[in-house]
Ligand binder design. Structure first.
Ligand code: SD4
Length: 322
């Protein structure tokens, strides 16, 4: 195609987009004021905690922080907080971010020895002029805020790491079935949306690796006029497609949360040479009307939802079946 015909074609194409661009998000349930919380995977204790706050007319940001903290404290969960699987060199390093209804956000990356990464992310948002603090600086800031250092490598995770080291077989392939990296979205009684995401990241990652979870737009995005989205799974693929921002922008165009998550998954799957059969990515989303949805590459992903109808784990739609 020469330059002239390219311009001609793109001109026509953009005109077409302009003419067809009639789908936009509209708030149809102005009076929902029914709080709800959704989270990635089966994390009923976490959604229960968030619901306790929301149902007492608490705000969505507090619900997110407290809900995520439940999983960060759970030593059995090997992909978040204490008990998280370490990097190849035995360091447990945490990534987390949080975003409120005003569009403010905070994040920590490569945080060591402080289990409540989500709380430090919130403090970065509220008490510093920055959005992201990393590594030693993030820890120094956490200590200055009164947090205590602790060893996050539990005996179980240490044993698993030692066993892994015998083979040192590293494939950046995410465990498909069993996750509790937590991404959470909540709407409070004032219809304000907040979200958070907290993880120890990919097991046996290279030292210094940071995933999608603390990166605003990739692991999490909120626009209080439209809705929010959060990701789980192989962070590299989410980062390459800026998944959560994409989903919110698709919802702005009028796509439902499920449709928007599905299109974001298709972006990953349809990339040239994508080896999507070997990894998992899952998204969940909520819009301002309180509609929720999820979509994943592989079978096995689920979303936990707590609203006035109770606390439920809901299997996600997934790509391979459709
Ligand atoms: C990461 N997205 O660090 C995270 C891992 C994850 O469920 O979500 N696991 O890539």
């Amino acid at each position: 195609m020469d330059r002239r015909s390219f311009i001609k074609r793109t001109g026509v194409a953009s005109l077409g987009i302009g003419l067809n661009y009639h789908k936009t998000f509209s708030v149809t349930k102005n009076n929902i004021s029914n709080p709800l919380v959704i989270a990635t995977w089966n994390v009923k204790n976490a959604t229960e905690k968030a619901w306790q706050i929301l149902s007492k007319k608490g705000n969505s940001l507090d619900a997110i922080e407290q809900g995520c903290m439940v999983e960060e404290s759970n030593e059995q969960g090997q992909s978040v907080g204490i008990g998280g699987l370490p990097d190849r060199d035995g360091n447990v390093t945490l990534d987390a971010c949080i975003m409120n209804h005003k569009g403010d956000c905070g994040s920590v990356v490569y945080l060591k020895n402080i289990k409540h990464a989500i709380s430090i992310a919130r403090l970065v948002m509220e008490k510093t002029p920055h959005v992201i603090l990393a590594g030693d600086g993030a820890k120094k800031f956490a200590l200055s805020m009164g947090f205590k250092e602790e060893n996050l490598l539990t005996e179980k995770s240490k044993t698993d790491w030692i066993n892994w080291k015998k083979k040192e077989k590293y494939k950046p392939i995410i465990n498909i079935e069993n996750h509790d990296t937590i991404g959470m979205l909540a709407i409070d009684k004032n219809n304000n949306i907040s979200g958070g995401c907290t993880t120890s990241g990919l097991a046996y990652k290279m030292q210094g690796r940071v995933g999608d979870s603390p990166i605003i737009g990739s692991g999490l995005y909120i626009d209080n006029e439209i809705g929010g989205a959060v990701a789980t799974g192989l962070g590299e693929e989410v980062l390459k497609t800026v998944g959560s921002f994409l989903i919110v922008e698709l919802m702005r165009q009028g796509y439902s949360p499920t449709e928007a998550c599905k299109i974001a998954i298709q972006r990953i799957v349809n990339k040239p040479g994508s080896n999507y059969k070997n990894f998992q990515v899952g998204y969940i989303a909520v819009n301002k009307n309180g509609d929720t949805g999820s979509y994943a590459i592989q079978k096995g992903f689920s979303m936990t939802k707590y609203d006035k109808n109770g606390n439920k784990n809901i299997s996600s739609l997934f790509f391979e079946k459709i």
